[in-house]
Design a protein around this ligand. Structure first.
Ligand SMILES: [Fe+2]
Length: 178
């Protein structure tokens, strides 16, 4: 389950209900997919063939289609990042700049970990959402955020889009310590 760390206060939010309530108040969708369904050979694999990516999408076909229908997403794919990814450092530097998108940023983690750093309301300020396999989040359209990896430096995630062009990052002029 995801863990939230609020940067200003140092508060930590844990537990499915607490995390769900916190994120709901901030307008961030948070759901969970059953990771027991994922075939064993895909649980710890971070360099994926097209066949393996399709196998992940086929495993969660119902979850993806239900979420897409409910929220208007029209396309999906699988992204994998690890030390085997060429230019990982360069990619992470790009990701670690605060930005916005013209549509939701939707990610369902199927292996590894990732952190979304999201700008919350005035009282809360920026908070980290530490994600593990099964966690599904949607950062709302126009909401400043950035993404980075955790200590394991590897992640596999399903991404859902309204239009693939919607994922273009628009810089948000505010610096946040990494
Ligand atoms: Fe983003």
């Amino acid at each position: 389950m995801a863990i939230i760390k609020v940067r200003n206060s140092g508060n930590v939010v844990e537990g499915h209900e607490e995390v769900s309530n916190f994120l709901e108040n901030q307008g961030v969708l948070y759901e969970h997919w059953d990771m027991d369904k994922l075939p064993g050979h895909l649980k710890e694999k971070f360099s994926l063939s097209d066949e393996e990516k399709n196998e992940i999408l086929a495993t969660y076909k119902n979850e993806i289609e239900e979420l897409a229908e409910r929220r208007g997403y029209k396309a999906w794919d699988v992204v994998a990042l690890s030390d085997e990814t060429p230019n990982l450092e360069e990619l992470l530097k790009k990701f670690e700049q605060v930005h916005t998108h013209t549509e939701d940023e939707v990610r369902a983690i199927t292996a590894g970990h990732g952190i979304f750093i999201v700008k919350g309301n005035e009282e809360t300020g920026y908070f980290d959402i530490e994600l593990e396999p099964g966690d599904v989040i949607s950062v709302p359209e126009g909401n400043p955020h950035f993404f980075t990896l955790m200590e394991d430096r590897q992640v596999v995630a399903v991404r859902l889009f309204i239009e693939t062009e919607g994922w273009v990052a628009h810089p948000y002029q505010e610096s946040v310590s990494k």
